[in-house]
Design a protein around this ligand. Structure first.
Ligand code: NDP
Length: 248
């Protein structure tokens, strides 16, 4: 297995916008083959065309991470097409922030389904192959909200705390299989994430803040490339990064 990004087979969920898209573009430009999953197939197919026009290799598959068969199909297609999976980036996520008193139970369900169960389905799909390969790397996108809670973030924070917990448990269990795990916790990054907040007051407060301090999605791509690019016996377990101007 290579110790650098080049020639690695990297599966990325949530690759149709924001940080997943930026990571796909960056890793492909570094010579990785990227296998992209998201529901908006038109967006990831367009990204695949762009990557191929620039001399890279990529594949897109319509994937809803709340459907375990979709996630298994994404990983299995990577294996069947390219022979192995070096890295899985469980990046798909949603953040419809709201106060408890709004009782947005459907959005609570959605956050649990995408942010927690989606990550678990990714692990379920990739881990058996990585154990067999005796190598692999699972990167889970958490958030600074995996480390703190603020009003309207409770359920989102709970899902990201869960991702943080399960990533460290996974790390402890898979060291003997030569599998690396990395938890990446971004602060405010300019993406489409806030578009889906249905509470307009919460949305505008967050848009104002992220608009003021937010950093580009390329910052995430750089973090992912750093973690993947380490020698095989070095595991970057956790990265927290924020805009310099972000206090929270
Ligand atoms: P975006 O909204 O730009 O991207 C989210 C991605 O997740 C999209 O590609 C979307 O694809 C995908 N997604 C959502 N639901 C599903 C689903 N059911 N199945 C498959 N894919 C899905 O936001 P970001 O780039 O900001 O978010 C990426 C990750 O970063 C998330 O986990 C988020 O929680 C986390 N994060 C973001 C921060 C920020 O400030 N932006 C800060 C901290 C963490 P599609 O809709 O096409 O399915």
């Amino acid at each position: 297995m290579n110790n650098s990004v080049e020639n690695k087979i990297i599966v990325i969920t949530g690759a149709s916008s924001g940080m997943g898209e930026a990571a796909a573009r960056h890793l492909a430009s570094m010579g990785a083959t990227v296998v992209l999953g998201a529901r908006r197939i038109d967006r990831i197919e367009k990204l695949v065309s762009e990557i191929k026009e620039n001399g890279g290799e990529a594949l897109a598959l319509a994937t809803d991470v709340t459907n375990k068969d979709d996630v298994k199909n994404l990983v299995d297609t990577a294996i069947n097409t390219y022979g192995r999976i070096d890295v899985l980036i469980n990046n798909a996520g949603v953040m419809p922030l709201s106060m408890f008193e709004s009782i947005k139970v459907d959005e609570w369900d959605q956050m649990i389904d995408v942010n927690i169960k989606g990550v678990l389905y990714g692990i379920a799909a990739a881990l058996p192959h990585m154990i067999e390969q005796k190598a692999g790397h699972i990167i889970n996108t958490a958030s600074v909200a995996a480390h703190l809670i603020f009003p309207a973030s409770s359920v989102y924070s709970a899902t990201k705390f869960a991702v943080r917990a399960l990533t460290d448990g996974l790390r402890q269990e898979v060291t003997s299989h030569n599998i690396r795990t990395t938890l990446i916790s971004p602060g405010a990054v300019n993406t489409e994430l806030l578009d889906h907040i249905s509470d307009k007051d919460v949305q505008s407060a967050n848009q104002e803040y992220v608009g003021e301090v937010g950093i580009p999605a390329s910052s995430y791509a750089d973090m992912v490339a750093f973690a993947i690019g380490q020698p095989e016996n070095v595991d970057v377990n956790e990265i927290i990064f924020r805009p310099t101007a972000q206090a929270l």
